[in-house]
Design a protein around this ligand. Structure first.
Ligand code: NAG
Ligand code: NAG
Ligand code: NAG
Ligand code: NAG
Ligand code: NAG
Ligand code: NAG
Length: 768
């Protein structure tokens, strides 16, 4: 029989153990507001009240100093109300990433799937893949939130148009075409945020006209992007519009740069347009320290208080950084900022938190509370990462069907290159801790009785020839040689643009040295985001094959081997133009998309660029060849002939030069003008393949600044060897056949539009 004291002692010990256990497991739970018994009775905790009422109720309980402490990504706790601190900044570009302070890989989730970098996934031109990828990242992100290792608000996708091939962050984007970027943005956000934006929050960044890190005297922190209304309307804005209108993103990030003399975060017109015209319902964050620089670096605002007044009055809600924490109180005292400016911002912030269920009780009662460590690094996500890399990889050259190799016929392989046995290079930027990365060398081993590796260069910058000799002797011994060349974050990343489009350092010398000594022509694999001028390798018969693999993520090693051995048929297409080295004489700070022959300016991207290319946008071979037929596509559409009056006001405008056009916003029903283009794709090869159909159009009108051609639809389709498949592409003339005029209005030229499938053309006439 136990004595009373012993029992008491036992109870105390048990209680203490329970307490310690609770604390231990609390460390792996997100801190929670509205915790009973003391903090669950506030009206903002009452889930049966409408969200705006709850947000207003919370706001009404806060003092001014408490409100100011909410204006940072590191939002402070309000202990008297039981409100925990909240970190708004987590990152999830192509997998949960460690770049933001909201994410930690210390805890029950030590790693997360590193999916391929965005530009490679973009090369798949597969909308459902993009959506699945975002949903998989979201499952891992939500699981990490549920164990206290991430926030609920993530700052992806990056949907700035990849305008200049030197841009260090082009790798993070879906490429140079605004329509592709717009489609990617919508899919990412829908996949990531979940139904009704209740699972997580995605952020459309960086708004707007941001795509320069550092070039000559220009830096992203002070750059004044001079953008025409025309380029703004049909290049820089469409991805953001889609991200918000179609994707319903709940966050928008304003960028560092100025746009025509006004800092992006102070562009009230642009920020309000997102809310008023695109229906944005969410919070606007600054990029990190983007408010401080408005005063300190750009000297746009004469004082700290003015900088804060500029952004809060423009519609920004939260500042990444501590600047508003430090200077808002004095700005209020000076009368530059009103408490109601802060209240406006806080209502937006609380609304997003409310939508995400942050105040809605314990995880066990929450819609997404069941996600946990078992949802991270799953075999399904690994398979999806593989699938994305397979669908994205682009075959750029393949002399006389050199690839695929036959596994049973290869006696030995050598793989050469500084990145070939390095797993840290696979993810590109914004990568977290991968689950189980495999290098290219590792991936190839199972495919030949003997596989050898030599780095050739010490690292990607490859400043010396140290290592060449060893690499040459390794290459000489092998039957087939693969050289992995290209880029790494040492060449292109945040705050680092390239100055050359050639292979870094002595990499091309290494390729040549190996090509001269290897038994058979080489297989050249190019890594990286930015385009590379490899013209020499394209012409060189000693290089049989060129493959672009972007930053393939943790499964890169396996996918390269599968591609080389024909376990799938490559079908990716370049999402960005590959320019020659001579393009580096174009000033990077020149934001004009349109060419200007009078000053020797060649323009940018396939829509406007008039100079020579190494590979064009959309280029990509396969182990099959394909041919097309237009099956059914109208030859005529009429603006007025359809059952209802399509045109509500002025029928059309005729210019003095006889060119007819109509302003898109004068068309009352774009829906009525939509049509299908049905296309047949014949796979002429011996191998099944998934193939991307790119439908372009050009207007025959000579309107100033109209694109040479523009992508009006894309669809990825499965084909079987020697068989035809059909695809249906919806064309919305208002969106797809229009272009911006110099005033930034979208106009639809009447008359002939030529639809193009590679060399095949179909004329469509738009009549009044
Ligand atoms: C929550 O709000 C509803 C609707 O106003 C009200 O009926 C209910 O009493 C509130 N619950 C609590 C606990 O205050
Ligand atoms: C976040 O803010 C709190 C005060 O609310 C401070 O103690 C903490 O150091 C801050 N964390 C970071 C990463 O700045
Ligand atoms: C950069 O600044 C230097 C010194 O002010 C000037 O000579 C040069 O022309 C500038 N370069 C560009 C591209 O503006
Ligand atoms: C390849 O990399 C792995 C992991 O870093 C290392 O253990 C191995 O020695 C390397 N192989 C060669 C041949 O350098
Ligand atoms: C690639 O870049 C990373 C980050 O700068 C660096 O740590 C790594 O060593 C580089 N790898 C190679 C092969 O150069
Ligand atoms: C597009 O991607 C999805 C998701 O990975 C895949 O199931 C589908 O087969 C792909 N479509 C084609 C035509 O490759």
């Amino acid at each position: 029989m136990m004595g009373v004291r012993k029992i008491l002692l036992l109870v105390v010990v048990v209680l203490a153990l329970q307490e310690a256990g609770a604390r231990r497991s609390d460390r792996h739970r997100p801190a929670r507001p509205c915790r009973p018994p003391r903090h669950d009775s506030y009206p903002f905790c009452n889930a049966s009240l409408p969200a705006p009422a709850r947000a207003a109720a919370l706001l009404s309980l806060l003092s001014l100093p408490e409100k100011i402490l909410q204006l940072s990504n590191n939002a402070s706790a309000v202990p008297r109300l039981g409100l925990p601190a909240y970190q708004w900044w987590s990152e999830s570009l192509h997998g949960v990433a460690s770049n933001g302070p909201g994410v930690s890989f210390r805890g029950p989730v030590p790693a997360a799937t590193a999916f391929p970098q965005v530009l490679l996934a973009a090369a798949s031109f597969n909308r459902s893949l993009w959506r699945s990828l975002a949903a998989a990242v979201a499952a891992e992100a939500r699981a990490m939130y549920n164990v206290g290792q991430a926030g609920l608000t993530f700052w992806a996708p990056n949907i700035n148009v990849f305008r200049d091939p030197r841009w260090g962050r082009g790798q993070e984007t879906p490429g140079e075409d605004p329509a592709v970027a717009a489609a990617y943005a919508a899919e990412y956000v829908k996949g990531f945020q979940g139904e009704g934006g209740r699972m997580l929050s995605a952020c459309c960044k960086h708004f707007s006209a941001y795509d320069l890190e550092k070039w000559e005297n220009f830096s992203r922190y002070t750059f004044n992007a001079q953008v025409t209304e025309q380029d703004m309307a049909d290049t820089f804005q469409p991805p953001f519009r889609s991200c918000i209108e179609e994707g319903q993103a709940t966050c928008l990030m304003c960028s560092y740069n100025q746009i025509n003399g006004v800092p992006a975060c102070a562009r009230r017109d642009l920020l309000q347009k997102a809310r008023d015209e695109w229906g944005f319902k969410g919070y606007i964050t600054s990029d990190c320290d983007a408010v401080a620089i408005i005063h300190e670096d750009q000297k746009y605002a004469p004082s700290d208080g003015d900088a804060i007044a500029d952004v809060l009055k423009a519609g920004m809600d939260i500042n990444c950084g501590t600047y508003l924490l430090r200077h808002t109180a004095s700005a209020v005292k000076e009368g530059k900022v009103l408490e109601e400016d802060i209240d406006r911002a806080l209502l937006n912030l609380f609304s997003v938190q409310l939508r995400l269920g942050l105040f809605d009780g314990p995880l066990s009662e929450q819609e997404f509370g069941h996600y946990g460590p078992g949802d991270v690094c799953t075999p399904e996500h690994r398979e999806l990462a593989l699938e994305a890399a397979r669908q994205g990889i682009v075959l750029l050259k393949n002399d006389e069907g050199f690839l695929p190799l036959r596994k049973s016929k290869v006696a030995s392989l050598a793989i050469i290159g500084p990145a070939a046995n390095d797993t840290s290079i696979l993810g590109g930027d914004y990568t977290g801790v991968p689950c189980n990365p495999k290098s290219f060398f590792e991936g190839l081993k199972p495919y030949a009785p003997s596989t050898s590796f030599a780095a050739g260069c010490l690292d990607v910058p490859c400043q010396t020839e140290d290592g060449f000799e060893e690499a040459i002797s390794v290459a000489r011994e092998a039957e087939f040689v693969i050289v992995v060349a290209g880029l790494n974050l040492t060449e292109e990343t945040e705050d680092l643009d390239r100055v050359s489009l050639l292979l870094p350092g002595k990499q091309m010398d290494l390729v040549n040295a190996i090509a001269a000594e290897s038994k058979k022509p080489l297989i050249l694999v190019l890594m990286g985001g930015g385009p590379l001028d490899v013209s020499i390798a394209i012409e060189d018969p000693r290089i049989a094959t060129i493959l672009w693999i972007g930053y393939p993520g943790e499964v890169g090693g396996q996918v390269l081997a599968e591609a080389i051995f024909g376990e799938f048929n490559p079908g990716g297409r370049l999402p960005v133009t590959w320019y020659p080295e001579s393009f580096t004489s174009v000033p990077m700070n020149d934001m004009n998309m349109r060419a200007d022959p009078s000053r020797g300016y060649p323009g940018r991207t396939y829509r406007f660029y008039t100079g020579p290319v190494v590979f064009g946008f959309g280029y990509g071979l396969s182990y099959s060849t394909y041919s097309y037929k237009f099956l059914s596509t109208p030859e005529k559409i009429s603006l007025s002939g359809s059952s209802e009056a399509v045109i509500n006001r002025h029928p059309a405008y005729t210019r003095t030069d006889g060119l007819d056009y109509i302003q898109v916003d004068k068309i009352s029903s774009c829906e009525a003008l939509k049509f299908y283009s049905r296309v047949s794709v014949l796979n002429n090869g011996d191998m099944d393949g998934s193939h991307v159909v790119l439908l372009y159009s050009r207007s025959v009108s000579s309107m100033k600044g109209s694109p040479k051609k523009q992508l009006i639809g894309f669809e990825r389709v499965h084909t079987t060897a020697h068989a035809a498949a059909e695809v249906e592409i919806v064309v919305d003339p208002c969106r797809h056949l229009s272009t911006a005029n110099e005033q930034g209005e979208m106009i639809l030229p009447l008359g002939a539009h030529v639809l193009m499938l590679e060399k095949l053309e179909h004329v469509l006439t738009i009549e009044r």
